[in-house]
Design a protein around this ligand. Structure first.
Ligand code: CTP
Length: 212
């Protein structure tokens, strides 16, 4: 099958030297890309700025902002059988990017933020994607409730949820523990393990979904 995978953070420019971003390392998405390649799949990886080596054999597109990621996904999604959205896309961007470096003046500086497009949320409705759709959810509370709502709202087949309030898993770590929530209502925990092993199990779950 052909996988499209988003990974890493996005960068939302404030002025020519500053941006808004988040703590995503891209490790989980890159591990999924490597696991999919190792399982014999083709991979198109759409990555935000990370300091990881590109998985050998993947078609890689580097992007910076959420809007660039949105446009690249839109361009590539219909060649995919499976789409895995592991990127930590910034929900908001600065309303007006300054052309020149903002100089300090008053004690208080207010930035107005506007909502970014939801890439995963538009994949069925706007891009017309009919393949297997896998979303991620990083939560700090009420994991099950938020995950179930995201699964339905974003029309996913599978949602990979993790509790980012726990130390040692998720953001900026090499390990993860996730719960998989399926459209069918089933769920399954992938207990504490390296992101490499979690990715291998996830690709195997996706392979099984494809044969259902
Ligand atoms: N996502 C996306 N585009 C966005 C925001 C999120 O594609 N602009 C994707 C992420 O890659 C992830 C999933 O949506 O697969 C969950 O993102 P999250 O920000 O947790 O979901 P939200 O619906 O924005 O929920 P919240 O209210 O928690 O921000």
């Amino acid at each position: 099958m052909r996988f499209l995978i988003t990974a890493g953070p996005t960068r939302e420019p404030i002025d020519p030297v500053r941006y808004l971003t988040n703590r995503s390392s891209g490790k989980m998405g890159y591990a999924v890309a490597s696991a999919a390649l190792a399982a014999g799949h083709e991979v198109c990886l759409i990555s935000g700025p990370v300091s990881l080596a590109a998985p050998e054999g993947a078609e890689v597109h580097f992007v910076e902002s959420a809007r660039e990621m949105y446009n690249t996904v839109q361009e590539k999604i219909n060649a995919a059988d499976v789409a895995v959205f592991s990127a930590a896309v910034a929900d908001y961007r600065v309303a007006e990017e300054a052309d020149q470096k903002i100089k300090k003046s008053d004690d208080l500086l207010t930035l107005t933020l506007v909502k970014n497009p939801d890439i995963l949320g538009n994949t069925r409705s706007e891009f017309g994607f009919e393949g297997i759709l896998v979303g991620f959810a990083a939560e700090t509370n009420d994991l099950e409730k938020h995950a179930a709502s995201k699964l339905t709202r974003k029309e996913c087949d599978l949602l990979v949820a993790n509790d980012v309030s726990r130390k040692g898993i998720g953001f900026e770590c090499d390990e993860n523990e996730v719960i998989l929530f399926y459209k069918s209502g089933e769920s399954k925990m992938l207990s504490l393990s390296s992101k490499t092993d979690i990715a291998i199990e996830l690709v195997s779950e996706i392979d099984q979904l494809a044969t259902r």
